[in-house]
Ligand binder design. Structure first.
Ligand SMILES: [Zn+2]
Length: 213
């Protein structure tokens, strides 16, 4: 009985005034049952009305801003955001040219930030403007993130279906959604490749033409 009273007090501490009034009228178990019912209904509403999509769009907007910053800094414009619950826990963009390190993709930078914060990867949703390459897709699968949302496809290095599908090789495939703001992500890439990437290998087409002339 004592335990029951303490449990009720503990629950009351987490409730607002109106919910506590309801608690006085009904037993705790009824209030919990109503809460569970409301949660189930709320999840159904979120699914039916696409609220998840609205949240995804907001986070991808932010990732696109990081990609824009990368473009301004002379990097391949890929932006990435890691979200846990409603918190942004990591944010980054490609830093390959700056570091002269081909593994410093936006996703890898975000992974490093999460490791220092000790947030479980199973709670992390990944938003990245371009389909993760095989290296990043593999790392995200190994770490067990809960979801990956990307913008445009990566026809040269994509690890989520374009070149290889990393999910096929994992016992626990991570759910992946692609194509969110794909055109905007792609136009940033096109903008970059119109300019000069200092670390890009010489174009094979251009080299061939030079040799022929
Ligand atoms: Zn990558």
């Amino acid at each position: 009985m004592q335990n029951g009273i303490e449990a009720r007090k503990a629950i009351e501490m987490h409730c607002d005034e109106s919910l506590n009034d309801v608690m006085k009228l009904f037993s705790v178990s009824i209030v919990i049952a109503i809460g569970r019912f409301a949660e189930k209904r709320a999840k159904a509403v979120i699914k039916n009305f696409g609220l998840q999509n609205i949240e995804d769009s907001q986070w991808m907007e932010k990732a696109l801003q990081s990609a824009q910053t990368a473009l301004e800094n002379g990097e391949v414009p890929v932006g990435c955001l890691f979200v846990s619950g409603s918190d942004v826990i990591a944010e980054g963009s490609n830093a390959v040219n700056e570091t002269k390190n081909a593994t410093r993709h936006a996703e890898m930078l975000c992974i490093d930030q999460v490791l220092s914060k000790h947030v479980p990867f199973s709670t992390v949703s990944v938003y990245v403007t371009v389909e993760p390459c095989a290296m990043c897709a593999g790392a995200l699968h190994d770490l067990g993130v809960c979801r990956i949302v990307y913008g445009c496809a990566n026809d040269r290095f994509g690890g989520c279906g374009s070149v290889v599908n990393v999910s096929d090789y994992h016992s626990k495939p991570v759910p992946v959604v692609g194509g969110l703001f794909a055109e905007r992500a792609m136009s940033l890439l096109k903008e970059f490749y119109k300019g000069v990437n200092p670390n890009a290998p010489p174009s094979k087409v251009k080299m061939r033409k030079k040799a022929e002339s």
